[in-house]
Design a protein around this ligand. Structure first.
Ligand code: SF4
Length: 167
């Protein structure tokens, strides 16, 4: 199923467990949250290491369960009980074993890495060489590579082509 176009791990696990009762643990946002809080997993859910930990943990929990029922139950539990904001901890049926509640970490779990915004910039360098010397300049504060040395440059908004007058 996972080889089909448009079917990711989440959908494949959901379909195979709901329709065929296969022991494939579903991992959606609700499940990540429940597992992170209850077991105290502080690894970011969107890091490579975190995904491995959560996948292994989720898969170990579904063994010996009724897969379809288990997956639907934990997803619903996350959606209705262990909600992102203001989870109903005081009436939670598993509060005694919950790591996050015990350690006052309900508000900080699960951990998610912020996506780094990648900005594309085009530096067009001029290399000046005379009598064995190379012209360099020190970079200013307030930008990347502060105080380091590079060559004189012109920054352009786009990648210049060979016909560009600055070349
Ligand atoms: S006690 Fe609170 S944080 Fe822990 S599983 Fe229950 S609802 Fe979630």
């Amino acid at each position: 199923m996972i080889k089909l176009k448009g079917i990711g791990e989440y959908t494949a696990a959901a379909i195979s467990s709901f329709s065929n009762n296969e022991a494939k643990a579903v991992l959606d946002g609700n499940v990540f949250r429940v597992l992170a809080r209850y077991f105290g997993v502080e690894e970011p859910i969107n890091s490579t290491g975190g995904k491995k930990i959560f996948t292994t943990l989720a898969q170990s929990l579904i063994e010996n369960q009724q897969p379809s029922l288990y997956n639907q139950a934990i997803m619903e539990f996350g959606a209705l009980q262990c909600k992102p904001k203001s989870p109903a901890c005081q009436v939670c049926p598993v509060q005694l074993g919950c790591y996050a509640l015990k350690h006052s970490k309900v508000d900080v779990l699960p951990v998610k890495l912020k996506k780094v915004k990648v900005k594309e910039r085009w530096f067009n360098y001029f290399i000046g060489i005379k009598d064995g010397y190379i012209l360099t300049k020190q970079r200013n504060p307030g930008d990347i590579w502060q105080q380091l040395f590079d060559f004189p440059l012109i920054e352009t908004a786009e990648k210049p082509n060979a016909d560009d007058p600055i070349l």
